[in-house]
Design a protein around this ligand. Structure first.
Ligand SMILES: Nc1ncnc2c1ncn2[C@@H]1O[C@H](COP(=O)(O)OP(=O)(O)O)[C@@H](O)[C@H]1O
Ligand SMILES: [Mg+2]
Length: 332
């Protein structure tokens, strides 16, 4: 088959979203005036996102707060109409909301529930069964399997409001996966959860992906989620894609520092002036230098110190992402 005719699980071509709202002037009079005036304000939330995700990939979708991740996921799942550009999910245009497409996708938002607060999750599952027209036996098997995998037990019979945040999230995941979607959009599924629940959900997602080969697009602020689950990441910032590739490549591209780790053959009295001192022990010296300085710094240290071995290390990916996230404005 020719490369160009492939049907991607998820594809976005120059996808854009501008939120339009009427500008409100401060004070009560401003509120009244805004009813009449045509003053509008515009937020370019997504300014041209490009994505090509193969079926079966598990992709980390990263970026600082306000980068446009949630907006993109909403457009991809057909909740929001794009301002321009094109989106395709399994060959369908999400905004058309074809039944055929809706049966094959799912969107889970860590900070928004679809199940009812006052009812046990079980009741919600029954409603979804009717909605998706899932066969009784198949449905029962799938439900049992999901409840088992997430170790929910009889929690599904307890009112949602009485469950812990982690238990509620697990119920949400069951609800979202009951119909066996081929493409799953997960927006911060582990946000605010305790580490044990985070780990369980991570393991569950890993297993789900392995068993079912579904395509997963995941956003998370927890690097452990991304490091353990995703082969490839896509980073957006200020509404545009700025990177796609592996985490290692991301670290190499965005970290502007390197660490030089020198094994010393004999102890040295004081740290050298080269770079920023990270640590110095009897036999190991670690200094940090900017990427551009790396070669010169290494040469100068090698010639001035009793060096037995030299290693050049990238900044930890965790640190790179932290810098990347912190660079964005913290709007949510
Ligand atoms: N309903 C909305 N109306 C106006 N602006 C919005 C709306 N939703 C989000 N935004 C703005 O769009 C930008 C992108 O938001 P969002 O997609 O939620 O980013 P992320 O999920 O990456 O944090 C932000 O500047 C945000 O304030
Ligand atoms: Mg978001």
């Amino acid at each position: 088959m020719s490369h160009d005719n492939r049907v991607f699980a998820v594809e976005a071509i120059n996808l854009k979203k501008t939120y339009v709202s009427s500008k409100k002037e401060p004070g009560a009079w401003g509120g009244v005036k805004s009813l009449f005036s045509r003053q509008k304000s515009y937020v370019d939330a997504v300014k041209g996102v490009n994505l090509q995700i193969e079926q079966g990939e598990l992709i980390g979708f990263l970026g600082p707060n306000g980068a446009g991740k949630t907006t993109t996921l909403k457009m991809l799942s057909g909740i929001l109409y794009p301002t321009s550009g094109e989106a395709k999910v399994l060959g369908h245009t999400p905004s058309h909301r074809d039944h055929e497409m809706l049966k094959q996708i799912s969107l889970v938002m860590g900070n928004k529930m679809q199940l009812w607060w006052d009812l046990p999750a079980w009741d919600g599952f029954m409603v979804l069964k009717e909605l998706y027209e899932v066969d009784q036996t198949k449905f029962k098997n799938r439900l049992d399997q999901l409840i088992e995998a997430l170790q929910l037990g009889d929690k599904v019979n307890t009112q949602m409001r009485k469950l812990s945040l982690g238990e509620r999230m697990k119920c949400e995941l069951v609800a979202a996966l009951l119909h066996g979607p081929k493409v799953v959009f997960l927006d911060e599924p582990t946000i605010g959860l305790d580490v044990v629940s985070q780990k369980r959900i991570r393991e569950f997602l890993k297993q789900l992906h392995k068993d079912e080969g579904c395509t997963i697009l995941l956003t998370s602020h927890y690097m452990q989620d991304v490091q353990e689950l995703c082969d490839r990441v896509i980073v957006i910032d200020h509404g545009s894609t700025i990177f796609e590739g592996t985490l290692d490549t991301l670290a190499a591209k965005f970290s502007d520092t390197r660490r030089l780790k020198l094994t010393l053959s004999t102890p040295i009295e004081s740290a050298p002036k080269t770079g920023k001192l990270i640590s110095l022990s009897e036999d190991v010296l670690v200094v940090e230098v900017t990427r551009d300085e790396t070669a010169n710094a290494a040469a100068s240290l090698l010639s001035s110190l009793p060096v037995a071995d030299l290693a050049i290390e990238e900044t930890e990916i965790e640190e790179v992402i932290r810098q990347l996230f912190e660079s964005g404005q913290s709007v949510r």
